[in-house]
Design a protein around this ligand. Structure first.
Ligand code: AMP
Ligand code: MG
Length: 420
């Protein structure tokens, strides 16, 4: 009955597993092309080629302290008085060669002069006047020569940052210091977002007594921020009404995108028109409906070769499916390692036997008495509850058909990153 109303062809009753869905999606997501970019503009972008040191740091042996550079063999031979023959400052080194019983006044970062192989801290010497110093032997730190060897930090040609890494403030400074003014980065994926639903008001539109059967669309804003936060480039396309023509018109204009995401209308109701509209546009459906809670109506396919992810409209379903699938899609576009941040934590209540769907239980993480982390699922798990989704710090992952779990058992928790 529902299939007839929906108008879709034969529906595969068997739900696709989350793992199969993930591999099908990722097989159809290409790694995007790369280009050269000035490193100053590279914050948050992904390296397509590793960064290699174009110089060594430090470029030569330098002092790590303010003091006096001299021969260690003199110290070994019990020499205590030295003649100061020159000065070596960071950026202005001494060209003199240090002979026995001679020293060069030296400062942090300055090049160690020829002949010297040890620095004595300035607080360990007394000045005798006439360019003579005497070492206060009691304070000598025998095992520290206070020299940073050339290339101690990194050496010319050394691989410093792997491809696939996201450039952050720290590794950009490493690029700069290692002489890399340009880096090879991946192009950002351009991702179009289409919300569907007759009930949707756009951000900024006001709900009033005449339209109180309407709701403010939040999925598009969520997806926009989510994509941008993960380094992609999001475009909110017009909102589609629940009719095929409205969606088809929007799809006709959706050019030059690496991925299209719809929210809503993915299920089997009379007004769930997304797949029917797509079918009219040469759509190749790769799966529909997955063994997952929330997110069962999710589908994925190719629209004229463009990957198309159909998300369910419930905001928590959109959110959880984005965290589970869209994160990996974006990682793949960037050629990054596809990964999830999962930690094992004790659960502070018992959990019933699970059914056939993989469950992602919205939860909060609390500090236990031993400073370990404990996971606490929210009592309510309805997929419409934006307020609880906003508070969640992670999802307890429950495999299909998993047995009852006792309070205190360690369970896998997928941690939601703080900026999502
Ligand atoms: P649907 O998947 O279209 O059946 O929608 C499921 C539920 O999600 C309905 O209660 C919709 O009103 C709601 N919904 C759909 N799209 C959005 C959206 N863009 N923002 C917030 N809620 C939505
Ligand atoms: Mg709808």
């Amino acid at each position: 009955m529902e299939n007839q109303a929906n108008g879709l062809g034969k529906v595969n009753k068997k739900l696709t597993s989350v793992e199969k869905a993930t591999s099908t999606i990722l097989k159809n997501i290409p790694v995007l092309p790369s280009h050269e970019e000035i490193v100053l503009n590279s914050l948050g972008k992904t390296l397509a080629k590793p960064v290699t040191a174009l110089l060594s740091n430090p470029p030569s042996n330098v002092s790590s302290m303010d003091g006096y550079a001299l021969k260690n063999s003199d110290i070994d031979n019990g020499v205590l008085e030295f003649k100061v023959i020159d000065e070596s400052v960071a950026g202005k080194s001494s060209s003199k060669t240090v002979e026995t019983m001679q020293t060069v006044r030296i400062f942090t970062g300055a090049k160690i002069p020829h002949g010297a192989d040890r620095v004595i801290l300035q607080e360990n010497i007394n000045s005798l006047g006439n360019n003579l110093i005497k070492i206060n032997k009691n304070n000598l730190e025998n095992n520290n020569f206070f020299i940073r060897k050339a290339g101690m930090d990194f050496k010319l040609g050394e691989k410093l940052i792997d491809k696939g890494e996201v450039l952050n403030t720290r590794n950009i400074s490493l690029c700069v210091a290692s002489g890399n003014s340009w880096v090879t980065i991946r192009r950002k994926p351009k991702i179009g977002i289409i919300s569907t639903g007759n009930e949707l008001l756009k951000f900024g539109e006001i709900q009033n007594s005449k339209n109180n059967d309407k709701i403010i669309s939040s999925n598009d804003i969520f997806l926009f921020n989510f994509i941008n936060q993960l380094g992609g480039e999001a475009f909110i396309l017009p909102t589609a009404k629940d009719d095929i023509k409205s969606l088809t018109n929007i799809l006709d204009e959706a050019n030059d995108l690496d991925l299209i995401i719809s929210s809503g209308g993915a299920s089997v109701g009379d007004y769930d028109i997304v797949q029917r509209a797509l079918e009219k546009n040469n759509f190749e459906l790769l799966f529909w409906r997955i063994a997952m809670r929330p997110g069962k109506p999710l589908f994925f396919g190719l629209l004229e070769k463009i990957p198309f992810l159909g998300l369910p409209g419930n905001p928590v379903s959109t959110g959880v499916c984005s965290i589970i699938f869209l994160t990996k899609i974006i990682q793949k576009f960037f050629g990054r390692q596809v990964s999830e941040n999962i930690a094992m934590m004790r659960v502070n209540c018992s959990l019933d036997k699970n059914d056939h769907r993989k469950d992602f239980i919205r939860s909060k993480v609390i500090k236990g008495i031993n400073n370990d982390y404990i996971v606490e699922p929210f009592a309510k798990q309805d997929s419409s509850q934006i307020s609880l989704f906003a508070k969640a710090q992670g999802f307890i992952i429950r495999e299909p058909h998993e047995n009852k779990i006792k309070k205190g058992t360690k369970v896998p928790v997928l941690l939601i990153s703080e900026n999502i």
